[in-house]
Every structure is written in C-alpha cells, then in structure tokens.
Write a protein that binds this ligand. Structure first.
Ligand SMILES: Cc1cc2nc3c(=O)[nH]c(=O)nc-3n(C[C@H](O)[C@H](O)[C@H](O)COP(=O)(O)OP(=O)(O)OC[C@H]3O[C@@H](n4cnc5c(N)ncnc54)[C@H](O)[C@@H]3O)c2cc1C
Length: 405
C-alpha cells in the first residue's frame, strides 16, 4: 500500500466477490488485492466469548467453528456459505437473524487494518467497551473497502441457543403475510428471523433446487425462526404465532424442529437470489428498507410500479427488518430497452421508499450500482463530510476509487 500510494496506483480490496453493489470491481484499473489466502480462524476465546479471524474466513466456517464450543456468531447473510468476514465488515452485512441479533457492526470489537498510506492501525480488541477518542473502528464498518484494508477482526460470540424452531407459513395474499408479521410484534414476540418470499420467488427456488417446495401455490410465505434455551418457552411462542397467523390469512403453519428439515427450509429461502438470476436473463437487485410498519405500503407501491412499467418485479427478504430485496427482472428485454427502463424504475422505487421514511440500501452498500442515486438519500452536507473523511484516510484517492460517491 505504501508503494501503491507513492506511485498513485489504484487498489481494490476483494474478499469472496459476492458483493451485490459492485464494490470489488476495479473501476479505475490498477491492483485487485485478493484477501483470499488470509483465511485462518486464529482463535476462539471461550473465556471472553470472542473470535479472532483473518478477513477471508468464510462466514459459515466461523459459525461452524464457534458451534463446536457451544458458541454462536449471529450475522448470517444468505450468502453465508461463500462470503467472507472482511467483506461482511466492509459492507456491514445483515442477514435473517438481524431482527433479534443485529448486523455485523454489533459483533466487531477489534480490527487491524492497513490504511491507504501504508500504515497499520489496530482499533479496539477483546474489549466489550472502549471510548478512547473518535471511534475509528466503527468508521471502517460499512466503509466498502474505501478507507482501509481489514487484515484481522476480533468478533463477539454469543452462547449457542439450545433450542431452535422454524415455522413455514403460507398465506393467501401478500398483505396478509405482512400484516401477520406486525401482529406478532404487537404481541411482543421477537423471533430471531421473519423472512418473506412471494409466490414467484418460491417458484424460481423450486426450479433452482430441482425439488418440490411446500405450498408453492400460496401467494406468499413467511419463514420464521425462534430460538431460546427452553423447549416449553418456544412451544408457547410458536403456538401464539400459529394462532396469529391463522387469524390473519395463513393457509397453514408448518412447524419444523429437526435440524435437517430446518436446513432444507433455509436452503429454499437462501437460494432465491441465485434462483432468480438463473431464471431471468436480466436482473437488477435492490435492497431497500422502510420502517417495518410501512412494509404493506411499500409492497403495494412496488406492484404499482411493476404494472406501470410492464416489467416483472419479485420481492423477498427480511420483512421483519423492513428490508425488502426488490428484483427487477426480464427474460426478453433488449439490452438497449433495459438500459433505458431500469434507471426510471429504480428512481421511482427509491422515491417511494424515501417518502415512506426509508432509505436506498439496508445491507448491500452503494458501491457502483447505487452511486447515481446517493443524493436521494443523503444531503450535500453529509456527502461533503463523508468525502472529507475519505480524503483524511486516502489523500491520493488510491483505495477503491470511484466507489460510493
Ligand atoms: C446469493 C446472495 C445472497 C446475499 N445475501 C445477503 C444478505 O442476506 N445480507 C447481506 O448483507 N448481504 C448479502 N449478500 C451480499 C454479499 O454476500 C455481502 O455484501 C458480503 O458481505 C460480501 O462479502 P465478500 O467477501 O463477498 O465481499 P466482496 O464482494 O469481495 O467485497 C465487497 C466489498 O467489500 C470490500 N472488501 C472485501 N474484503 C475487504 C477487506 N478485507 N478489507 C476492506 N474491504 C474489503 C470490497 O472492496 C468491496 O467493496 C448476498 C449476496 C449473494 C450473492
């Protein structure tokens, strides 16, 4: 980095390359710095309940290693089998369990990083609290590889919940599924995850997985995960959820307690993004978030946009967080038509989201993909502050240039 800075050569850090906003693409040429071989779990510290890892440890591998010690690393992006912890930190990744456990930022307590001028910084450590000076560590969370290269992370682990139940709930229509989720919050039940997929997403998953999925005829499905220490407590919760669901438009409630069956249910939810990519020639995936009680208005608005522009828009995702992955799709549009149409649709979607009190990216970042729209979500003062922060870290603009702004 010292040399690249001296010679003003752009450097783009790359973890596992699963990012959905183009962050690891070297827009300005130069060096793509692969972190792939920095892939060791250095320590699982059971006394402090923390892990120290190199940046390209795969998320699920850390999860499995922690489980061996009855510990648990909660952030679980749907790409967990392939994405890296460094990429998760750089994007501040979320996942299905964000609802109860928060996102990556809630688990990072220490970072080693190389800044663009070549110096190495060590922030935090195995410390649960730390308020010395400005919080440089938090500044790196979600910085999309533009401020520093993360070379090591210290992460908080939690005790592994002993019991886990998954409910698969098919609904007669999308509104009922959304309203059902709010009825659960009103009853003060906090599942670890409430995920959602509409019918066409399930159909694509079925083709992708080459196996039949339950209740594919339902207009929408909720995937609900509950976890805790005691079976009785979970039984009580899932019975209440079942009652709420059946009184708000659910067709059935499938309760899954076996690990293998649960994995199959999660597999169906997690493959949707890849399944849509395989089925449709053209796919633009947005990652919008609104206050969760605005989800019905968001889904209704998306359907109106779909109709107006005569495209296919399929929604799925983290409904419990208010975060909907909105996929604009086509099997047949010409690239010219697509190039003209998509930006209009995206802009309308973002206008709707902002009107509802939301924002344009919940977890995938701005990167290249959402760059043209950033001033819809941030004002000039905020953008100027951010640009100045970038200049302090990277006076020659060599680290991942051309991203975010
Ligand atoms: C099928 C699928 C499902 C997904 N589901 C989710 C989901 O549920 N939730 C979610 O949040 N995301 C999801 N994603 C997006 C993606 O997996 C995450 O953004 C992930 O955190 C990216 O990690 P990566 O290792 O692949 O990073 P990359 O794609 O390699 O890089 C992403 C960004 O991080 C930077 N970066 C990578 N490593 C470092 C490092 N060590 N130091 C500094 N910068 C670095 C890169 O420069 C780039 O800007 C999904 C992606 C796919 C393909």
């Amino acid at each position: 980095m010292y040399l690249a800075n001296k010679e003003k050569i752009p450097v783009t850090p790359r973890g596992a390359g699963t990012g959905l906003s183009g962050g690891a693409i070297p827009k300005c040429g130069g060096i793509v710095l692969s972190l792939e071989r920095l892939n060791k779990i250095i320590e699982i510290d059971t006394e402090n309940m923390m892990a120290i890892v190199e940046p390209c440890v795969i998320n699920a591998d850390l999860g499995k290693e922690a489980n061996k010690y009855d510990l648990f690393y909660p952030p679980d992006p749907a790409s967990l089998d392939s994405c890296s912890i460094g990429g998760n930190i750089a994007e501040c990744a979320g996942g299905a369990r964000t609802l109860k456990y928060g996102t990556t930022k809630n688990y990072v307590t220490g970072l080693n990083a190389v800044i663009p001028t070549g110096e190495i910084i060590t922030c935090g450590g195995k410390l649960v609290k730390n308020v010395v000076g400005y919080n440089l560590m938090d500044l790196l969370l979600g910085s999309e590889g533009t401020l520093a290269i993360i070379t090591q992370a210290t992460l908080r682990l939690l005790p592994l919940p002993k019991e886990r139940v998954i409910l698969l709930i098919p609904y007669k229509d999308i509104e009922s599924a959304a309203n059902s989720a709010f009825a659960m919050f009103r009853q003060k039940i906090l599942p670890s995850a409430i995920e959602f997929a509409e019918k066409s997403a399930i159909e694509a998953a079925e083709i992708f997985l080459k196996r039949k999925l339950p209740y594919r005829e339902a207009e929408a499905q909720l995937f609900i995960e509950l976890d805790g220490e005691y079976k009785e407590q979970l039984e009580k919760e899932y019975n209440t959820i079942g009652d709420i669901a059946l009184s708000t438009g659910a067709i059935d409630v499938i309760v899954s307690t076996g690990r293998l069956e649960q994995e199959k249910i999660w597999e169906a939810r997690r493959c949707i993004s890849d399944a849509l990519k395989e089925k449709y020639k053209l796919k633009v995936s947005e990652d919008v978030i609104v206050p969760r009680n605005k989800i019905p208005a968001l889904l209704k608005g998306i359907k109106e946009i779909e109709k107006k522009h005569n495209v296919t828009i399929i929604s799925f995702g983290h409904i419990g967080d208010g975060n909907v992955h909105t996929n604009i799709l086509s099997e047949s549009a010409s690239s010219e038509e697509w190039k003209n149409k998509c930006p209009l649709i995206i802009r309308e979607l973002f206008e709707l989201v902002i009107k509802l009190g939301g924002t344009i990216s919940a977890e995938h970042g701005i990167g290249l993909a959402k760059q043209p729209y950033i001033n819809m979500a941030l004002d000039n003062t905020q953008i100027a502050l951010m640009k100045n922060i970038k200049k302090v870290f990277d006076p020659n603009n060599i680290l991942n240039p051309g991203k975010i702004f």
